[in-house]
Ligand binder design. Sequence first.
Ligand SMILES: [Mg+2]
Length: 442
Amino acid sequence: MSTATITRAEIIDLRFPTSEEQHGSDAVHVDPDYSAAYVVLHTDAPIAGHGLTFTIGRGNEIVCQAIESLSTLVVGKTLADIAKDRRAFWRSLAQDSQFRWLGPEKGVMQLALAALVNAVWDLEARLANKPLWKLLAEMPAETLVAATDFHGIRDAVDETAMLAMLHANDATRAERIARVEREGFPAYTTSCGWIGYSDDVVRARCREAITEGFTHFKMKIGQSIADDVRRARIIREEIGPDRVLMVDANQRFDVREAIEWIKPLAPFGIWWFEEPVSPDDILGHAEIARSIAPIKVATGEQCQNRVMFKQFLASGGMQICQLDSCRVGGVNDNLAIMALARRYDVPVCPHAGGVGLCELVAHLVLVDYIRFNPTMEGRVCEFVDHLHEHFVDPCVIQRGRYCAPTKPGYSSEIKRESLRAFAFPDGPEWTRRAIFRGKGIA
Ligand SMILES: [Mg+2]
């Protein structure tokens, strides 16, 4: 392990004006400007770690400030120190005796933690000259366990249980590494079903996605049941009877409303109903799951931490586990969540989209497949086709599948010119818009 020392955290408030074309729009988030609270951890070596967390515009500056504050616990550390006890390092941030009052392990501080932890793993993978997924795929089981914090979940999964589940997959690990390098991992698309798209755009996007090899499609629902039924009919007409359709309400409903809303959509053949209600409503998700079977309930993209995941999974309210690379406390927390999903035999179908979530989660889904849940059956990883051009190592989709990343790191680095152009509020892409708005032109 290199002795590189982290010398400085550079933090950038980066925002893209995606609301102008309704990309990413859903029933609740009607005008998202996809944003990243972005951090570069500079070192005394000629190498830096890049990390980010995702927001949808206003408030991104608050996350940046939280990263700034939390980074005081990271600057000055050597990578060798961090690697010596990854769990202790992670806990020193997540459970700092004063910062923890702002969470603990939830909200803005958890997003900030994700950005920093992701940057540290990016740095470690670069130093190892491996893509992050491969670094984690090849790590001894004991090392992965030692990086995982079991506080709050030991009644479901502890060190011994996680070690046993990893060891059970060790003998066949090399086959799965070879398979993902050859075939990648199945993806699904959300890009055809944003709620702000016209019917013609929805049809065109479906046709494009079929040509690109996608077999799974997701549409946003929840503003008008008549619109949802019409759009479900359009998508089903376009994708035919054999491809798979999922719906996503982005927390729009109360429990009884959700159960009623899905009834007229059920005839269109729905695999899962995503985020029907508040992301904190464990009992509500479980009740909906019981009421709408065989349609599954999917959630996780705004689930705060592993302790919440434990309860969702144990209660039956999370039948599809949509872990997110930037919502919980970064890679370490996601190792705990993968272990929990394995423990409760729930498929991991990660959340992605936004800025960089596809790039990052392309690594995590491979780790889940290689180390925890050794099957691709009933597993798909979200893909949204926006903003990849800003990344130095963008995710690659071929024939509807994520290709295994090949470059060293966590694929989280954004091009310098993009960081400059879309920095908020002083980057030229934003000052230009402010001038137009001031003149009443846009
Ligand atoms: Mg969603």
